[in-house]
Design a protein. Structure first.
Length: 111
């Protein structure tokens, strides 16, 4: 893009890839994680409003896009989280442990 024959100093920002926008990510997430995503996204937007930097918003979207991909099959996703908790703690993790408790367990383990 040029202005009066001179290169424009601000590069053109490409659009987000399909499925990488906040609405698509929220829809793709398992129900138990949608509110957590919404809160993280709002925090990132608030920070961007203060800093005028979008890197945090884009990082947040990418983090949650990957989680949405991993959770395409909710049973496999929960099994993966249980396995991670077991490997990191050495403790057995009940198959029926609610997702919120499992995520708290992982957070205590630093994940």
């Amino acid at each position: 893009m040029t202005i009066a024959g001179q290169p424009h100093p601000i590069p053109v920002i490409p659009p987000l890839p399909e499925g990488a926008g906040p609405r698509a990510i929220r829809i793709a997430l398992i129900a138990e994680e949608r509110e957590e995503f919404a809160q993280a996204y709002r925090r990132a937007l608030a920070e961007a409003a203060e800093t005028l930097e979008l890197a945090g918003v884009l990082d947040t979207l990418e983090h949650w896009r990957r989680r949405a991909i991993m959770s395409t099959d909710p049973q496999v996703y929960r099994r993966m989280l249980r396995r991670a908790a077991h490997l990191l703690s050495g403790e057995d993790v009940p198959e029926d442990e609610p997702l919120a408790q499992l995520k708290e367990r992982l957070a205590r383990l630093g994940v």
